[in-house]
Ligand binder design. Structure first.
Ligand code: B12
Length: 357
């Protein structure tokens, strides 16, 4: 089967006009494109790094607050620096980008600028025609190794610690991962972390891979993040998860965090052969105790995190989950976190538990 076109989209730094790009993301997705959305207020450096890590065919930028000639040029320069001039660049921005600006931008290497009033069908046609066929193919090894480089002699050669993180959609897995990454960057200055993040998609269909938009600290040269669409595979992972994991281990990342698609009452998506630690993230609003008994993953997780510990019902949730874990008698750990709170003691505890089990 042909690989879907992968496109990274973003809004530049100091710009919060995301309404147009959010609609364009959905249109691209509906037409079979895998869209990795980086969010708004993003620097040229973050955009280029993400484009390389995500192995996209092109970057689409929506720019309204001016400075677009310099900004688009900077993205192109940063792509060149990462040896990735094969990644295309296109965009738009209502009436802010004039025709003469667009002409300068195109002379500098931007593929196309779309003006106010352009129909979505025209943009989709352009994307399919221009980026439909794979150009230069980088191997997974080639991409990952660029971000795993360490100084000679630095760091240990012990195998990567692989942590699988799963749980229902909306419980705050991505925010939790971002906070764990912050702690790793702060406390282990030589270490590098990789994140494999999954979102759902049907076979042969497009996908909106949006976890990067919620990441703040993970936009760092010591962090490698790759978004994967499930492409019809049930259970929260993707056909490409294992090959990517093998490659990240070979590239000697210190920690690999694997975030699943948001899941419900299915069995644990992580076989023992895949990860060292299995973390189930829940929020206090799982429903009744009866619902809790149906969560099979409570049996197989090594660590259960109750996130949103500041939400109503958190104390009840803690004691109900504690009860289940006690009766499992497997020595499973329960940690309460409020990942959205900066410097949360629960996330500190989770981080320590993971790095020194
Ligand atoms: C909606 C809007 C807002 C909303 C934004 C909501 C949101 N979350 O996006 C709100 C009210 C919050 C807002 C705030 C501000 N805004 Co405003 N805003 C607009 C407005 C009216 C429409 C932009 C829009 O979304 N259009 C809808 C899209 C779908 O259509 P389009 O723009 O024509 O885009 C087409 C193509 O360009 C293409 N396209 C666009 N992007 C991309 C990307 C890709 C990849 C592709 C393929 C195609 C593509 O798709 C469209 C299809 O036809 C414009 C004026 C205008 N008419 O452009 C001002 C405008 C952009 N805003 C402006 C300003 C000044 C501001 C504020 C600074 C105001 C203030 N003082 O607070 C703030 C800044 C906010 C911030 N954090 O950045 C100025 C910018 C001036 C400049 N660059 O010099 C404008 C031009 C208004 C003006 N004339 O003064 N704004």
């Amino acid at each position: 089967m042909t690989e879907p076109i992968r496109i990274l989209t973003a809004v530049p730094i100091c710009d919060g006009h995301d309404s147009a790009i959010l609609t364009i993301n959905l249109e691209l997705m509906r037409h079979g494109v895998e869209v990795i959305y980086l969010g708004y207020n993003r620097s040229a450096r973050d955009i280029a790094r993400a484009a390389v890590q995500e192995d996209v065919r092109a970057v689409g930028i929506s720019s309204y607050n001016g400075g677009h000639i310099e900004f688009f040029s900077e993205v192109l320069a940063r792509l060149r620096k990462w040896n990735s001039s094969h990644i295309g660049l296109f965009g738009g921005g209502g009436g802010t980008i004039t025709e003469s600006d667009a002409a300068i931008m195109q002379r500098r290497g931007v593929d196309k600028i779309f003006f106010a009033g352009t129909r979505f069908a025209e943009m989709i046609r352009f994307v399919k025609e221009r980026y439909g066929r794979p150009g230069v193919r980088s191997t997974r090894e080639d991409i990952a190794s660029r971000f795993a480089t360490r100084k000679a002699g630095a760091g240990a050669s012990r195998p990567a610690l692989v942590v699988g993180i799963t749980g229902p959609g909306g419980v705050g897995k991505t925010t939790l991962i971002d906070e764990l990454v912050l702690r790793l960057l702060d406390s282990c200055p030589e270490q590098r972390v990789a994140i494999l993040s999954h979102d759902p998609s049907a076979t042969g269909k497009g996908a909106l891979l949006g976890d990067r938009a919620a990441m703040i600290y993970s936009q760092d040269d010591r962090v490698f993040m790759h978004s994967l669409a499930s492409r019809g595979v049930a259970g929260g992972l993707s056909p490409a998860t294992r090959p990517w994991l093998r490659c990240l281990k070979r590239a000697r990342f210190d920690i690999v965090l694997i975030e699943t698609v948001g899941i419900g009452q299915e069995a644990m998506p992580f076989p023992r052969s895949l990860v060292d630690q299995r973390v189930l993230v829940m929020s206090p609003d799982y429903g009744s105790r009866l619902q809790l008994q149906k969560i099979v993953m409570l049996e197989s997780a090594d660590i259960v995190v109750v996130n949103k510990a500041d939400a109503p019902g958190a104390r009840t949730a803690r004691s109900e989950i504690e009860h289940v874990l006690d009766s499992n008698a497997r020595g499973q750990k329960l940690v309460e976190t409020t990942a959205k709170r900066h410097g949360d003691a629960g996330v500190d505890e989770l981080f320590q538990t993971l790095i020194s089990p």
